[in-house]
Design a protein around this ligand. Structure first.
Ligand code: NAD
Ligand code: DAU
Length: 340
């Protein structure tokens, strides 16, 4: 069988990392290349279990570095690219927007140029529902693929800009691309600066959980493995040039999410601390996934089954998040790779 080469950018991060594991295990006949520069969010300890597998390869590289990326594409001749690499945390983008423009916009453009020069069967750009801006609290309204882009944070503005570049490279040069726009993910290996892993780790350590504003903002939660299955499907079946929304109709207020975690762990709601609201805090996100469902995707987790699995994972894998919080994970690359 043809040994396909699949490049995953940002495969040391949360979703890209889960996707790498998913693909390495599902397709032993394909070579999976994890390309990541290892920012604070990049962690290779999560791949301890697969790093010796023949079909897993790690490339330490920066997507912004044209001199490195174009020759890499020329040499490797990848068949598929799933592009996850990004700066992803809204709060960081509010404090320091510049790196978001560099990585998310310019980095994506470098990858598009590499694809234009060398050709691939498919380039999937993993984007976010945040590019659509916010919805109000009317539960009958949803983001569709036709909703105009109205990003509100520097993060979502940088993602929307990259979406436009991906679209333009399809329209202008005919690149075989798809854009996916997923709602909030949660699950194993989620970096503990984001709401769900932050809450689980803080509650387990009996520390206060900061809830922004009044806690009534709504997010639409999807288990990361359902997102991975969606990307796999779009890579193989997506119609060139199309956008696909990804979401499973799991809207919860932030307060509901935090209270669910606290009660599952049998702790007190006194751990909740209401703090100053996020600047420009989007009220509500909610995805209409009909178009992707027509392509053959459907989620396997409800919020109830997914959050229970996730909480249990954090209980069983303290080794992972404790070394993330302590910063010890940053030494892993030197120990395992560069000093070999
Ligand atoms: P993450 O922050 O956990 O991981 C990002 C990864 O990208 C890290 O491993 C980091 O080292 C790498 N990276 C950053 N800059 C790089 C560069 N210049 N070159 C190479 N690698 C670089 O992010 P995540 O939460 O896993 O999100 C992955 C993608 O999915 C992002 O594009 C994000 O916009 C999108 N997304 C995330 C969510 C979510 O809920 N987390 C939802 C929808 C879409
Ligand atoms: O919707 C998809 C997006 O989801 C992705 O594109 C982003 O990369 C990802 O980070 C996520 O963005 P959010 O801003 O929605 O996720 P975060 O976990 O940071 O926050 C979720 C909600 O919880 C949000 O309304 C802010 C609130 N929050 C967050 C933190 C970290 C709190 O109340 N307290 C907190 O400490």
């Amino acid at each position: 069988m043809d040994r396909k080469k699949i490049l995953v950018t940002g495969g040391a991060g949360f979703i890209g990392g889960n996707f790498v594991q998913y693909m390495v295990n599902k397709y032993p006949q394909y070579d999976i290349y994890n390309l990541d520069v290892l920012t604070y969010a990049g962690d290779l300890t999560k791949h301890r279990n697969i790093e010796k597998k023949e079909n897993y390869h790690f490339i330490k590289a920066d997507i912004i570095n044209r001199e490195e990326i174009i020759p890499l594409f020329e040499n490797e001749k990848f068949d598929y690219v799933a592009h996850f690499a990004a700066e992803s945390h809204v709060d960081r983008s509010i404090k320091e927007p510049e790196i978001f423009v560099q990585t998310n916009v310019l980095g994506t453009q470098v990858l598009l140029d590499a694809v234009k020069q060398t050709g691939v069967t498919k380039f999937v750009h993993v984007s976010t529902d945040e590019v659509y801006g916010e919805l109000d609290f009317d539960p009958t309204t949803f983001f569709t693929e036709d909703t105009p882009l109205q990003p509100n944070s520097p993060y979502s503005a940088s993602k929307a800009s990259s979406d436009f570049l991906v679209r333009a490279y399809h329209e202008t040069y005919g690149l075989p691309v798809n854009i996916t726009r997923c709602s909030n993910n949660y699950g194993p290996f989620h970096f503990p600066e984001k709401l769900i892993p932050l809450t689980i780790s803080r509650v387990l350590n009996e520390e206060k959980v900061p809830v922004y504003g009044n806690g009534k903002n709504i997010r639409d939660w999807l288990h990361v493995l359902d997102h991975c299955a969606a990307i796999d499907l779009v890579l193989q079946e997506g119609v060139n040039g199309e956008v696909y929304n990804v979401g499973g109709h799991n809207e919860r207020t932030n307060l509901e999410v935090v209270k669910t975690i606290i009660s599952t762990l049998g702790k007190s709601e006194e751990l909740i601390e209401f703090v100053t609201d996020r600047l420009g805090h989007d009220k509500r996100y909610a995805i209409d996934p009909t178009k992707l469902e027509r392509l053959g995707w459907k989620p396997t987790y409800t919020f109830e089954t997914g959050i229970a699995q996730t909480i249990q994972w954090y209980l069983d894998n303290k080794w992972w998040w404790e070394q993330i919080i302590s910063g010890e994970y940053k030494n892993y690359f030197n120990k395992q790779y560069s000093l070999k």
